[in-house]
Design a protein around this ligand. Structure first.
Ligand code: ADP
Ligand code: MG
Length: 378
């Protein structure tokens, strides 16, 4: 498998500032279960990394390792240049420069907003503590609610208190584990925007766990996709979506259909015809699978065509058309909101101009022809 995590590491900054967070070969086992396996991850100062994957893939384990709530079996964790865990050393959570925000906010119900936020500031003199509490409450626009108790706040306000509490001690990294999951849909987008804006405003490095693909792509400077404890891909959102490293990433991060295809003399063809040219593959003659996303698939009603619209789903802004090809395989195509082809319509299927589809050999994306497939013909 081509794991791209290493290639996505940030170069050291010219000013010598160490990365806020480095995981190097970090593995955590729970008996026979591997919670996290050989994780490689670097987050630069101010970077927001989103961590996504199916339930049980190791997202929370990764955050717990960074926070010091779990000990790694192997590997090294550094926070702001300092080793906090390796084969010999283990720094306790309260001594690590991390802030935590969980889905359930975990506020102390018997303490006011101000006291909740002051909780991690024990080390400060009283006046400095009060000043810092005021500062972070202003930052999340909750200064006027300092005297309230958690049950007197809305879900969104509670979430902002949790963020203020996490930021108060000026952590090097804030870890957020599905922080918006308990909020309803309408509130979610606003709280997410506020949270991201606050992290940016304070230049805080964040690792945000989500199970929402759109959230991962829209707020992350970098997206880390995990599966079975392993990082499958770590890259900027555009790369993860447009150049998925594996079949799993292609299908997990957005809708994707797969068709058997063939590259010969730099032409990619499959059941629907020529898909595109593949520069650099002139000498190859090789079977691949092509990944097609619904926004890349164009439909044209044509009584002579063999493909048929098999289902239509109205999504509001777009209408998703399922198309059954002559082989029995199906593709999906996004059409504008005002296009709705009746089920049974015969359609010609093409790939939108300018598409550079991902090619897979087995479960791995390939960008250059395999050595064995070149030179034999052409
Ligand atoms: P995610 O947050 O991505 O849903 P987790 O990190 O919670 O996944 O879990 C990863 C894997 O490790 C799962 O198989 C889970 O059952 C297992 N696991 C997590 N915590 C423990 C634990 N304390 N003891 C045993 N197994 C655990
Ligand atoms: Mg979890």
């Amino acid at each position: 498998m081509s794991v791209q995590a290493a290639s996505a590491r940030l170069a050291p900054r010219a000013d010598g500032t160490p990365p806020a967070l480095v995981l190097d070969g970090v593995t955590k086992r729970y008996g026979a279960v591997v919670g996290a396996s050989a994780l490689e991850l670097t987050a630069g100062p101010g970077e927001l990394v989103t961590l996504i994957g199916p339930s049980g893939c190791g997202k929370s384990t990764t955050l717990r390792l960074i926070a010091g709530l779990e000990r790694p079996d192997e590997g090294t964790i550094r926070i702001a240049g300092e080793v906090v865990a390796d084969g010999r050393r283990f720094q306790e959570p309260e001594r690590r420069r991390v802030g935590l925000v969980f889905q359930d906010h975990a506020l102390f119900p018997h303490l006011t907003v101000a006291k909740n936020v002051a909780f991690g500031l024990d080390g400060l003199p009283r006046a400095a503590r009060r000043a810092r509490v005021g500062e972070v409450l202003d930052l999340v626009r909750l200064g006027h609610l300092a005297g309230r108790y958690p049950h007197e706040l809305s879900g969104g306000e509670q979430q902002r208190v949790a963020l203020a509490r996490a930021l108060a001690p000026r952590p090097a990294v804030v870890l957020l584990d599905e922080p918006f999951s308990s909020l309803d849909e309408s509130l979610r987008a606003q709280v997410r925007r506020d949270t991201v804006a606050t992290l940016r405003e304070t230049g805080t490095t964040g690792v945000l766990v989500t199970h929402d693909q759109t959230e991962a792509l829209s707020v992350g400077h970098r997206v880390v996709v995990m599966r079975d404890g392993v990082i499958e891909q770590a890259d900027v959102p555009e790369k993860v979506f447009e150049q998925p490293a594996t079949r799993f990433v292609a299908s997990f991060m957005g809708d994707a259909d797969f068709l058997p295809a063939h590259v010969h003399r730099a032409l990619l063809t499959c059941e629907i015809g020529v898909v595109s040219t593949v520069p650099g593959w002139g000498g190859s003659d090789v079977d691949v699978d092509v990944v097609l996303r619904p926004h890349e698939v164009a439909l044209d009603p044509d009584p002579g065509a063999t493909a048929r619209v098999s289902a239509v789903e109205y999504h509001g802004a777009f209408v998703l058309h399922h198309v059954r090809l002559a082989s029995g395989r199906t593709l999906r195509s996004w059409q504008p909101h005002n296009v709705r082809l009746p089920v049974g319509t015969a359609v010609t299927v093409t790939v939108a101009a300018g598409t550079t589809p991902t090619l897979l050999i087995g479960d791995t994306a390939v960008t250059s022809p395999p050595a064995a497939a070149t030179g034999a013909s052409g």
